[in-house]
Design a protein around this ligand. Structure first.
Ligand code: SF4
Length: 171
């Protein structure tokens, strides 16, 4: 069912691994840093959401309960930006199944419209913060549009509708 999407993810991960390696002197990503999993709206396509739920099904009961509780809290808060319900103790509980936006986050890249896309954490003293003073980008960004919108233009996969993650849960 997810054959094409898994092939796409495998290729994407290989490519991203190379990009993270190229920019390693500017990157501060590490296990336990969950900056990019908080206070965002996490736009996901239908395919990404269904795949994410495959990861959810692999969790145990206490983890299921925790994710459900997190989802309920986000829905009740009514906030457009929220902490990801799958984040547990600052780690992703569905890491292998995480959506595209989570995979590309952390890299600075050149979009097709000519804008340099910097990760949010660049303004929090993390990735690229030494190479970006809030105005000027003084490094060569990755020369590929890694925005999920651009990546989903892959002709082999019909990604379906895109919604904020929490909206897939009926909010
Ligand atoms: S799915 Fe995982 S990596 Fe993505 S925002 Fe949620 S906790 Fe973070």
């Amino acid at each position: 069912m997810f054959e094409k999407y898994e092939t796409f993810l495998k290729d994407l991960d290989l490519k991203l691994q190379k990009y993270f390696e190229v920019d390693k002197d500017k990157i501060q990503c590490r296990k336990g840093c969950s900056n990019c999993c908080k206070n965002a709206d996490f736009p996901l396509s239908l395919v990404e959401m269904k795949y994410l739920m495959q990861g959810f099904l692999k969790l145990d009961k206490s983890e299921h309960d925790k994710v459900r509780e997190n989802i309920k809290k986000v829905i009740e808060s009514g906030k457009e930006n929220y902490d990801c319900p799958f984040l547990m103790n600052d780690l992703c509980s569905v890491y292998e199944y995480r959506p595209i936006i989570c995979r590309v986050h952390g890299l600075a890249y050149l979009r097709t419209d000519g804008i340099v896309n910097l990760p949010e954490c660049s303004i929090s003293g993390l990735n690229y913060s030494k190479n970006y003073d809030g105005k000027t980008v003084n490094f060569e960004p990755i020369n590929e549009d890694l925005n999920p919108i651009a990546l989903r233009k892959n002709k082999k996969i019909d990604f379906g509708e895109v919604r904020s993650m929490i909206k897939w849960f009926g909010n």
